[in-house]
Ligand binder design. Structure first.
Ligand SMILES: Cc1cc2nc3c(=O)[nH]c(=O)nc-3n(C[C@H](O)[C@H](O)[C@H](O)COP(=O)(O)OP(=O)(O)OC[C@H]3O[C@@H](n4cnc5c(N)ncnc54)[C@H](O)[C@@H]3O)c2cc1C
Length: 495
């Protein structure tokens, strides 16, 4: 009899864990509270427009340890089409001054020097730091399975990265920009507005373009929903079982060993191993009652900043709206959409480059803005509905500013709030990528196992500040590698 692995949640982490567990011969069951798989990696349809919620880019589209995972889990296959954008994003301020971020660092460096010749040396220094991120190699194995040789082998390759980490690992973007001392006002203003005014890690900024520069962070045509469906397909093909509309309330434990889970309908599902790929806070403090908490986990959940949730306003446009940049960002100050004052402006994604997102001759456009959870937490009923309507009205006005004349062609407006994210995925306070990568935590990760608890593993975005699809899928794989080790089975990944 194969041992049974129960996985809580069918987001990308849960699907990844399910695929590797099934691949390695375990009797595998995923329990998912929603009616579909994908978690936050999702999209929805309105009048034949598809509105994507997640995928801007996927690190690992061309090489490396993440790439292996995408191939093994069917995220990438012979049919997937990868789009590498030349422009990362186009940014505007209140006076419609434009600032471009190119995906290619050489191109960006040239553009910045043309804009700010007085900062030539400083720009070159920043771009030199950024180019070093090409040397960054994600580990293929979880920390518990690495041996000293794995580190020694990487040392010469990654030496310049270690130096960067030592220098900037505990610095914020603001501190990094202050060290560089740019003179050009426009450059300083845009960089600070985009990265310096939040508690954002300098390293996260320096590494940001590294993967794009190597064409290793492309967009996959079709976006988030088909991505998750391909994983689900692979999981089912391997014989994995998935049950929807099943919410786990409790993880059952006897003598500090996990025995299975209890669902909200009272039923029990027995297991030899449980992997939770659901929200970290709910798993540790609710499903396990806060009984197995390390000092680090306690510190993280009490002190680490969370991503501010977003409101997404999706538009179906009965016209083709061309775009040379997938993302526009407007950083103008003092704007309001509904009750939210936009501290970081708003972004607009025009999916014209993906013809699967809208019927022929039409365009899906998505506007997003940060909106603190405390504004939404208690908003209910009529007040909630009124707020959504006000958001739709205000967002249309801003969309018109970005694309004059577009108003006459809007045929669908859909508003998803932080509450929508919480309702469908259970993510804490709508923090869609978990912990914000700051100077305090950028160098940290949380353990996949909890102290004193046997046969239990965490997977998903809450283990690494910054979250995202790659660490989510990777921790799903790592959890199964650790289980295989415990079962004295050799781990396979090629079925
Ligand atoms: C707007 C937006 C843009 C993004 N852009 C990108 C991007 O471009 N690139 C990138 O890499 N990442 C991006 N991300 C982040 C990425 O989507 C997430 O980090 C990732 O999907 C998290 O996966 P996960 O499996 O860890 O968690 P989740 O997706 O949150 O999955 C958790 C799953 O568990 C289920 N669940 C929760 N509680 C229970 C329970 N009690 N019982 C049963 N099931 C339960 C949920 O329903 C859900 O399906 C973006 C996210 C958003 C919202």
């Amino acid at each position: 009899m194969s041992k049974k692995v129960v996985i809580i949640g069918a987001g990308v982490a849960g699907l990844s864990a399910g695929i590797y567990a099934a691949m390695n011969g375990f009797d595998t069951e995923i329990l998912e509270m929603h009616t579909i798989a994908g978690g936050q990696c999702t999209a929805w349809e309105r009048k034949n427009y598809r509105f994507d919620y997640c995928l801007h880019w996927l690190v690992g589209t061309s090489k490396g340890a993440f790439h292996d995972i995408w191939k093994e889990t069917n995220v990438l296959n012979d049919e997937t089409v990868i789009i590498d954008h030349e422009i990362h994003s186009r940014i505007f301020d209140q006076d419609r001054n434009e600032f471009i971020i190119y995906s290619n660092i050489d191109r960006w460096e040239k553009y910045l020097i043309e804009m700010a010749p007085e900062d030539e040396e400083r720009i070159q220094k920043m771009c030199r730091d950024m180019r070093k991120s090409a040397l960054l190699q994600p580990f293929a194995l979880p920390p518990e399975l690495r041996n000293p040789l794995d580190y020694i082998r990487l040392l010469p390759v990654m030496w310049p990265i270690f130096k960067l980490v030592r220098k900037f690992g505990r610095k914020s973007c603001k501190e990094y920009f202050d060290t560089l001392q740019f003179k050009n006002q426009k450059l300083t203003r845009f960089l600070n507005a985009l990265y310096g005014e939040r508690n954002f890690s300098a390293l996260a900024f320096i590494f940001m373009l590294g993967f794009f520069n190597q064409k290793n962070a492309g967009y996959i045509k079709g976006g988030s929903f088909p991505l998750a469906q391909r994983m689900l397909e692979k999981y089912k093909k391997l014989g994995g079982k998935i049950t929807f509309k099943k919410t786990v309330e409790k993880i059952t434990v006897e003598q500090n060993t996990v025995k299975g889970v209890q669902l909200t309908d009272g039923s029990l599902v027995q297991a030899d191993y449980v992997i939770s790929a659901a929200d970290g806070f709910h798993t540790i403090y609710k499903m396990l009652g806060g009984k197995y908490v390390s000092k680090k986990v306690d510190h993280a959940y009490k002190n680490w900043e969370l991503f501010t949730p977003i409101v997404q306003v999706s538009f179906g446009i009965d016209k083709v709206i061309q775009a040379d940049s997938p993302i526009l960002v407007n950083i103008a100050k003092g704007m309001h959409i509904g009750m939210t004052e936009l501290e970081n402006g708003y972004s607009v994604m025009n999916y014209a480059y993906d013809d699967t997102m809208a019927p022929a001759g039409k365009t899906s456009i998505v506007m997003r803005f940060d909106s603190p959870w405390k504004m939404w937490e208690k908003l209910e009923g009529e007040h909630y509905e009124n707020e959504k309507e006000q958001i739709a009205r205000d967002a249309k006005i801003y969309l018109e500013q970005e694309f004059p004349g577009i108003g006459a062609f809007i045929e669908v407006v859909d508003v998803a709030t932080p509450k929508t994210g919480v309702k469908y995925t259970g993510v804490k306070d709508g923090a869609y990528e978990g912990f914000m990568p700051t100077k305090e935590n950028m160098m940290d990760a949380l353990d996949m196992q909890l102290p004193g608890l046997k046969n239990f593993y965490m997977a998903g975005q809450w283990l690494f500040p910054g979250g995202g699809l790659p660490p989510s899928a990777q921790t799903g794989k790592w959890a199964v590698q650790l289980i295989c080790k415990k079962e004295k089975k050799s781990f396979v990944s090629d079925r």
